[in-house]
Design a protein around this ligand. Structure first.
Ligand code: ADP
Length: 190
C-alpha cells in the first residue's frame, strides 16, 4: 500500500475511511484534528492557542501543524495523512518535506466528495454523540465549511490536476465508500 493523503470537506468521512484503511493495511493514521484535540488537553500556551482556534472553527498556524506532522512522519514511514495539507502553503511544505526525505514514497491522493447539506447533517448528528466543541454550533460549522472552500479546495484542485488521485463519492454509506476505494486504488496503481 502506498502512502495516502485523504482530503475532503468536514463531515465527508475522512476519519472513517482512514481508519478502515489503517486497519486493513496497517498504515499509521495521522489525523491532525485528533492530534490537535489531544494536544489541547495540555493547557499550556500552545494548548490554549489551539483551543481558541479550533473550537472557533479556524485553522491553527502552519508552523505548529508542520512540527506535529514532521514528528509523526519520521516515526511512521507508512502513513495515511488525514487533515493535512489544508491550504496551499501546507501543500508546498509537504512537497518540500517529501523531496528532502527521499525514503518516503510519494503519496496517492484520495478525495472524498460530498454535498454541503449532507456534510452538515452528518456533523450535526455526530455532535450528539461525540464530545467535539467545534461540532456543537452551526455558526462554527459554517466557518469550517468556509475555511474549507477558501483554503482547502484549491489544494484539491491542484492535486486533481497534477497528482495521482482517486475521487470517491463520500455521500455513500461507509462500506460502499471503502469498497470503491479498494477498487479504484487497485486500478490506480497498475
Ligand atoms: P474536519 O476536517 O472534519 O473539520 P478535523 O478533525 O480534521 O475535522 O479538524 C478539526 C480542526 O482542526 C479544523 O477545523 C482546524 O481548526 C484544525 N486543523 C486540523 N488540521 C489542520 C491543519 N492542517 N492546519 C490547520 N488547522 C488544522
Amino acid at each position: 500500500m502506498k502512502n495516502i493523503i485523504i482530503l475532503g470537506a468536514p463531515g465527508s468521512g475522512k476519519g472513517t475511511l482512514s481508519k478502515q484503511i489503517s486497519d486493513k493495511y496497517k498504515h499509521h493514521h495521522i489525523s491532525t484534528g485528533d492530534l490537535l484535540r489531544e494536544r489541547k488537553k495540555i493547557q499550556d500556551e500552545t494548548g490554549k492557542l489551539i483551543s481558541s482556534l479550533i473550537d472557533d472553527g479556524r485553522f491553527v498556524p502552519d508552523d505548529l501543524i508542520l512540527k506535529i506532522i514532521q514528528e509523526e512522519m519520521i516515526k511512521n514511514p507508512s502513513f495515511i495523512l488525514d487533515g493535512f495539507p489544508r491550504n496551499p502553503q501546507q501543500m508546498q511544505m509537504l512537497s518540500r518535506m517529501l523531496e528532502e526525505n527521499k525514503k518516503t514514497e510519494k503519496p496517492i491522493v484520495v478525495i472524498l466528495q460530498i454535498g454541503m447539506k449532507t456534510a452538515f447533517e452528518r456533523i450535526q448528528n455526530r455532535a450528539k454523540s461525540k464530545d467535539r466543541e467545534d461540532d456543537q454550533s452551526d455558526i462554527i460549522l459554517k466557518k469550517r465549511m468556509t475555511e474549507f472552500m477558501k483554503k482547502t479546495l484549491p489544494v484539491i484542485n491542484h492535486y486533481t490536476k497534477f497528482s495521482d488521485s482517486i475521487i470517491l463519492d463520500g455521500s455513500q454509506n461507509i462500506d460502499k465508500v471503502f469498497e470503491d476505494f479498494n477498487l479504484k486504488y487497485d486500478e490506480a496503481i497498475v
